[in-house]
Design a protein. Sequence first.
Length: 156
Amino acid sequence: MTTRRTFMARTGGFLLAALTGRWLSGQATAGPGTPITVFKDPSCGCCTKWVDHLQANGFKPTVRPETNMDAIKDRLAIPKSVRGCHTAQLDGYLIEGHVPAGDIRRLLADRPKVAGLAVPGMPVSSPGMAVPGGPVEPFDVVAFQSNGTTRRFARH
């Protein structure tokens, strides 16, 4: 028989878990040290800056140097229409190009049924590409499926 004290403790624990982003499934939103694997060309400076952006925003990137990025993108079934500079994987999702860390956090919190997020091309205002005082170019983050369908996820 469940006592009032047990009921209150369980309810409090559930609320605390929900408020901290930890759900019954055991999955969590991005927090300090959230692991992410990044595939990037070793000589690419903008990719390195994007990795720095991830680190500054609570992710723990593991960088995998790759000289044949197309082979990685082909293996992961990333549609050609959304391909960007580098590719990352985390928690069952793909991240393609210069996606802002905040959008990755939202992806992990909302858990939509998509293959991943992408910033196609290399917009000059995106994380890793932006230069202080440089030009501002609006860009979209798209959610994509492996079959190539996309929808806008965020606008920056």
